[in-house]
Design a protein around this ligand. Structure first.
Ligand SMILES: [Zn+2]
Length: 406
């Protein structure tokens, strides 16, 4: 199939005008400015549109969107946990599936074609047949109340995935956080992630409550943990990352959500593990956290990507990554449009170890793109990042959806 548009942003710095994109199945087979249709080839004309790579959201909870506007902002993380824990049993698999479907549609409309979504209840996935975006289902495990069996959970979801070969779905593994998952559970999930070549992600250094707990100080989080919990690893650590280092909790290339609590002494371990940090600016603001140490991470060349987290702890109800990048730029005025674009495209593609498939529209990459209507004489990259407009057309794994009459 040949798509003819006003422009195609192949990658930062390579823009074809006019823009032509040939897709074959779920992949891009040609890109340029003067491609002609083959005899009998389907042609989609998109006059006035610029085709750009879709964004990648590296931290979301698609299944929690029904909790939008139910919780109140608090400045202690433990108080927020106290609010959300009683609500979780009411989120039946049916409610969670509805959230997933609605949220992935919203995300696609704002330019996101890939999401890494934390999945705490795998029974939600049975009965789900499609999502608007490509999704990495990050199976979440904890073992504070009962032992976890990640290998069994992984087998079940692998069988479910095999029944949906065309759904653009992938797997990832995720211990919830150091205070709910033991070092041995982290290690087991890291081992499985390595064995099956799956991304590994976790919530880390999210709050001062967590840091206090892991450093053996008095923390309100202690009151939420089972009274008979035996964890001798909650002392002797200097930080959450130090807990990971001392207990060999992270496999290579971990994707670390939040890292709101970061000190200079954590940087060598971030380097050593080739970690990627996922910042969630809306959630950060919702909790009124201390400033995110973006400059420190940038100075040490630690990759930063963005996530939306969930509407249970953010006002970004439609999982719009452009909203996240604008908030990030407010707190970090030195962030250029090019850096912002990279943090939503090629950097997360590399974190997923799929830089040869995602993040740009080069030949051989997956056909995951968005068609935007950009006013004349605008820089397309800056315009897309600043825009509040919905996408006009989207394509995920070669499946095209026209959102508005053109
Ligand atoms: Zn989260």
């Amino acid at each position: 199939m040949l798509i003819l548009a006003d422009a195609v942003i192949e990658s930062l710095g390579i823009i074809h005008r006019p823009g032509c994109l040939r897709i074959n199945g779920d992949a891009i087979s040609e890109v340029g400015s003067s491609l002609s249709p083959h005899p009998g080839e389907e042609v989609l004309r998109l006059p006035g549109l610029t085709i750009a790579p879709g964004f990648i959201n590296l931290h979301a909870h698609l299944e929690l969107s029904s909790l939008a506007n139910t919780l109140s902002p608090t400045n202690t993380f433990t108080d927020w946990l106290r609010q959300i824990i009683p609500l979780l049993p009411g989120l039946t698999p049916e409610v969670r599936r509805r959230s997933i479907i609605q949220s992935s549609q919203n995300a696609l409309l704002s330019g996101t074609t890939s999401l890494l979504s934390i999945t705490s209840d795998v029974s939600t996935l049975s009965g789900l047949t499609s999502t608007a975006t490509r999704v990495w289902w990050a199976l979440e495990f904890m073992d504070i109340h009962a032992p976890a069996d990640p290998a069994e959970g992984l087998d079940r979801v692998t069988a479910w995935l095999a029944r949906h070969p065309t759904s653009a779905w992938h797997l990832a593994l995720s211990p919830h956080a150091p205070y709910t998952a033991s070092p041995s559970l982290f290690q087991e999930l890291g081992r499985l992630a390595n064995l099956h070549h799956l991304p590994f992600t976790t919530h880390l250094a999210e709050s001062t409550d967590e840091t206090q707990l892991l450093c053996g100080k008095k923390s309100p989080l202690q009151d939420l943990l089972p009274a008979d919990l035996k964890r001798d690893d909650f002392s002797g650590n200097r930080s959450s990352l130090d807990w990971c280092r001392r207990h060999q909790a992270l496999p290579p290339r971990p994707i670390l959500a939040h890292l709101n609590e970061l000190s200079e002494s954590d940087l060598p371990y971030l380097h050593e593990t080739h970690a990627t940090v996922v910042h969630c600016p809306s959630s950060h603001r919702w909790f009124q956290r201390n400033s995110f140490q973006a400059d420190l991470l940038r100075a040490h060349k630690i990759p930063i990507c963005l996530g939306t987290d969930s509407p249970a702890s953010s006002l970004n109800l439609k999982l719009d990554l452009r909203q996240e990048i604008r908030l990030f730029q407010e707190t970090l005025p030195s962030l250029t449009s090019e850096e912002a674009w990279t943090s939503l495209t090629t950097t997360p593609a590399r974190a997923l170890q799929l830089e040869d498939k995602l993040g740009t529209l080069q030949v051989g990459h997956w056909a995951d793109w968005i068609g935007w209507k950009i006013p004349a004489h605008q820089d397309p990259v800056s315009w897309i990042l600043q825009s509040h407009d919905p996408a006009q057309v989207s394509c995920v794994a070669g499946r095209i959806t026209q959102h508005d009459p053109i």
